[in-house]
Design a binder for this molecule. Sequence first.
Ligand SMILES: [Zn+2]
Length: 438
Amino acid sequence: MTSIPESSLALELDGRNTPPADIALACKLFDELEQRTSNAFGFTRPSFGLGEQIAHDMVRREAKKLGLETTVDAGCNLYMTLRGRQQGPGLMIGSHLDSVPRGGNFDGAAGVLMGLAVLSGFVKAGITPERDITVMAIRAEESVWFGASYVGSRMAFGKLDGDELASLKRSSDGVTLLSAIDANGGDARAIANGDAYLSARNVGMFIEPHIEQGPVLVDRGIPVGIVTGIRGSFRYRAAHCHGEYGHSGATPRDCRADAVRAVATLVVHLDEAWIELSKQGRDLVVTFSQFSTNPDEAAFSKIAGEVDFSLDVRSEEPETLDLMLKILHEKVEEIEKAQNVRFDLGSISTSSPAKMAPEIVSQLERCAEDLDFQSLTMPCGAGHDAAIFAASGVPTGMIFIRNEHGSHNPEEHMEMADFSLATNLLSSFCLKYPLEEI
Ligand SMILES: [Zn+2]
């Protein structure tokens, strides 16, 4: 049973200076999600499947109880709106309600429940915001189900084209996205036509609260993060280095074409570049993940004739990604000449960094200062729906909640006291919307 943190009870009692937030509602919904979408192996809420639908039905039920207006778009994304005093583009708070198989309770759901806790706090305190505030429960964010990321938010912006839509099938049971949309009451034909429900004209601002999926806030002992940008990337998922198999005892150094040594040299060069660019204050992470010799050929006493590897380079800064790509190709050429090997990097996939609106970042920092708690301004390494909003021209921000044990596993762990602080931050921010600078 999720207990309501004492601090939030005290805050609710002392009232005046603390922004309203219904943490008790969020606790109740986290508990209900646990009861209805988990088993001994973890939490499973498949995109357009039973668990995700249970979560959507739950939040819609609570929104109706609060008197919020609820609508669903052609892609089955759910919108729950508290009307403001003035017309015009409002503030949207959102995240996703699906999970990976055997995931945790908080990845995605924390953002939607935080939005509801803020709106419930406003309703119960009798506050009418200046402009509309909408909580969006986004469909199908986890790429594990349909093999594509951000399906729900891309559909909302008319960015999922008909060919892609027709090709996507759920990995667990082969159900097509087309039929899943229609079966859940959506309109696949409208999505295929590129009809957009959202645009930069009708969304004034978007905030995505989310648990942090890395260890930074836990390591620093800070409860809440304010995100500056979502890292973009370039990736070589299936790279190869060709050398030549040879006898490990009989082949002199200058006669070798050792694929292991060549790829290891590349790892060291890129690591040195990472250290150097970090010293210059640039944002960068570099990961060689898969790294293997051919098990049918490699042996203890053989020089390795081939290595398969993958490379994932991410940064908030497009120019840093460009620079790393240049360094990679220079080093590959250098190693090929020096070590008599040949690299075949395979196809590259890229994503652009999504910058959070600086005005939102600084306003969130000011709100955290006013509430007298420590926050950390930091980049975000994982992908989120917020990137789609930012790429569509909507001023966008993200709030991170401290979380232990990473995410996408049943061990993810968010303290409700931290959730409560982050909710107060969001509530305080909402009271100041529309911001004058934006
Ligand atoms: Zn997520």
